[in-house]
Design a protein around this ligand. Sequence first.
Ligand code: F6P
Length: 372
Amino acid sequence: MSKQIGILTAGGDSPGLNAAIRAIGKAALRSGMQVIGFRDGFRGLMENRTVRLDRHTLSGILTVGGTILGTSRDKPHRMPVGNRVMDMTDVMVDNYHRHYLDVLVCLGGGGTQKNALRLARKGLNIITLPKTIDNDVFGTDVTFGFDTALSIATDAIDRLHSTAHSHHRIIVVEVMGHRTGWLALGAGIAGGADVILIPEIPYQEEIVAEAILHRSRSGSRFSIVAVAEGAWTQEQADAYQSLVAQRAAAESSEEKARLKAKIKRLEAHMKGSALRLARQLEEKTGLESRLTILGHLQRGGIPSAADRLLSTRLGTACVEFIAQERYGIMVAARGDGSEAVPLEEVAGKVKQVPPDHPWIHSARAVSTCLGD
Ligand code: F6P
C-alpha cells in the first residue's frame, strides 16, 4: 500500500530547507507515496493546516531560501492558544491519524528533535532531519544551513576588514550561535578574525584587550573580533554554573523557583554582551571600536551548493528509511553518506565545539586570540 507522508519545518529557518522538502517529496512521489506539508511547524499540525506537495508545488524550490511551508518555534506541549499556554500534543496525534499518515518527517534543529521525540513517544512514526545554521545538532557530522551561513558570515568579516583597517578601529562582529560557536569559529578562521570568542571557551576581557594592544604595538592598528551570540566571560560562566548547581541542590520548590528567576536574569543580562565588550575594549585599549550584529542576514537567501547537496542527500535517504519502515530516527550526515540515529540518542543533547577540535588548534596556531 502506498505510504502517506507528512512533512513540517520547525524552529528558526535555514537555507536548504526547501531543497530538503523537494528531495523528500520528489523521491517519495517517485516511489508511489503521497506527501502533505503542515504549515508553520507544530502549530500547523495542531491547527490542521496542510498543503499537498505534488510535482507542481515541489518544482522550482531547490534554490529558494526559507521554507515554503513556513515555520514557528511553537512546541507541542507548550502551545500558546488564545491567552493560554496548553499541551496540544494529543490534538497533533489526532491530526496525524486524521490524514492516515504512515510517518511524519520533522525538519529542524535541537528543539525540534526534542519535540519530535515527544510525538514518537505518543506512538507516532517520526523521522527528523538536522537543520540549523548553528551546526549544533548532536549525532550528525553537519547540519544543513551551516555552510551557507558560514559563507555569509565570512563574507561580512572580509568586508569589515577594509573599513576597520582604514579607520584603525576595533570591529566587534556578532555572529549567530547562542549555545555553540561553530559559526563564529568557522567564519572567524575563514575571515582571518584576530580574536574569536565562543561559548565553549569563556573569555577574559583583559586577555582580549592585551591581544589587541599587542597587535597595535606591532603596527596593526585595527582588529576584528568575531564573537558568538552566546560567548561569555569567565566570570559570567562561573556565576551561571554556580547558580545551576545551587538550583540542582535546592530542596524546596520556592528556592528552586528563586534560583531559576536569577538564572533567567543572568541570561537576559548576557544578551547584548557584544555591545558591552565593544565598549570595554575601547576603554581598555584606547582604540575606537564599533559593533556589527550580523543577525538574521546569516539565515536568509539562497542555499550554497554544499547545503543543497546535503539537503538532497539527507532527504532522499529519509525516503529510503521510510520505505524500510525505520522510524524514531534522525537522518544524520556521516562522511559522504547518511545514517539513521535513534532520536532517543539525539534529543536533549547539544553538539559543542570540543576543546581539542582541529579548528581550535588551527586558530591558536595562527595566533588568533580565543580570549583564554
Ligand atoms: O536557531 C538558529 C538561530 O539562528 C540561532 O543562531 C539564533 O540564536 C536564533 O536562531 C535566533 O532566533 P530567532 O530567529 O527566533 O530570533
